[in-house]
Design a protein around this ligand. Structure first.
Ligand code: AMP
Ligand code: MG
Length: 329
């Protein structure tokens, strides 16, 4: 099978809908990363997602719906703050977890009692979801454990020959996966950090917790981590306060004949004149937007990416560092 890339438009959306309705999968753009989708009620199609990606069978999928879709068809909305969150952050990069009504097939939720739902804001994606008017479950459109794709070409590089079509909606603006928020309890709780931050959620609903596993991520000892988002080349991660060690490492790697690249924020580049750089931008949003793109550029050019961590883990940096640690440590 030769995978085809089509601009996302009325015609390609029609083809995608046909594939969805015949139990097939389609890769499509969202504002976070590219997704590999299947109709959420179709277990044959959903199983294909796990097979194609090599995704562990205990990692549930997010159901994507258009902005006028009635979420109560799928889930029980039990907390008052959900309405405020919906108003403030949807459509957008916020995934909310609710108690499931069991409409979605059990493979999509790994037999669990909850369902994660998201309303993407990407215009082409909205049009696709409107056209199908059914929940589409979709993880990132990459092979499991590899860096998530933010262009159609990235998807092609991982999935060529495994899927029929990729809908091309340009480079994803967000660049990291959605914030996953547990909305089943009195206080919303972040299960995965992203562009909708704890601080933003607190402003709208008063309080917001961060799940224990995210907190412990920061102090986790090397070796026990779960590898994820990894580029194909070697990687290393240094603190922003450790510029000297970065330079030493760079020179040592170059000395061994390796192509070393330093991945850092633009404001650090003066420290590395004349060296190979993968520049991420300056603001937290720019850095999130460029992170996977630069890791995937790096795996092509470099034998080793030497990444420099963000200075703190507040706001979007929490999500950035969660990915940087898993991909580069
Ligand atoms: P991915 O689509 O690869 O970005 O992964 C989806 C993420 O959403 C994973 O981290 C899942 O653990 C999380 N997720 C999906 N469904 C649920 C759910 N029902 N409860 C909690 N987390 C979920
Ligand atoms: Mg993923």
């Amino acid at each position: 099978m030769q995978t085809k890339i089509y601009q996302i438009d009325e015609n390609s959306i029609k083809s995608a809908v046909k594939l969805f309705l015949s139990s097939d999968v389609v890769a499509f753009p969202t504002e976070t990363v590219y997704g590999l989708g299947a109709v959420a009620t179709d277990s044959t199609a959903v199983k294909k997602i796990y097979e194609i990606k090599g995704r562990p069978a205990d990692n549930p999928l997010i159901a994507h719906v258009h902005k006028d879709y009635d979420l109560t068809k799928l889930v029980y909305i039990e907390q008052d703050y959900v309405e405020k969150l919906k108003k403030a952050f949807t459509p957008g990069p916020l995934t909310m977890v609710f108690r499931s009504k069991g409409v979605v097939c059990s493979e999509a939720v790994c037999g669990g009692q909850t369902l994660a739902v998201r309303i993407p804001s990407h215009t082409g994606c909205q049009n696709l979801l409107k056209a199908i008017d059914m929940p589409i479950v979709a993880p990132s459109a990459n092979l499991s454990k590899h860096t998530s794709p933010v262009t159609a070409e990235h998807v092609y590089n991982d999935l060529n020959g495994k899927i029929q079509i990729i809908l091309d909606g340009g480079k994803c603006s967000g660049g990291i996966e959605s914030t996953v928020l547990d909305c089943t309890e009195k206080t919303p709780r972040i299960l995965r950090a992203g562009l909708i931050t704890k601080e933003m959620i607190e402003q709208v609903v008063g309080s917001c917790e961060i799940a224990k596993h995210l907190e412990s991520d920061k102090v986790r000892s090397p070796g026990v981590k779960y590898k994820h988002y990894r580029p194909k080349c070697q990687t290393a991660l240094y603190a922003e306060t450790d510029i000297e060690s970065v330079i030493k490492r760079y020179e040592a790697e170059q000395g061994l004949g390796k192509r070393a690249y330093i991945m850092c924020a633009d404001y650090l580049k003066e420290n590395f004149n004349g060296k190979n750089l993968l520049l991420l931008g300056n603001s937290q949003e720019q850095i999130a937007s460029n992170l996977y793109d630069k890791l995937l550029e790096g795996e092509k050019k470099a034998d080793i990416i030497i990444a420099i961590a963000m200075p703190d883990e507040k706001n979007v940096n929490l999500g950035i560092m969660n990915r940087m640690r898993k991909s580069c440590e």
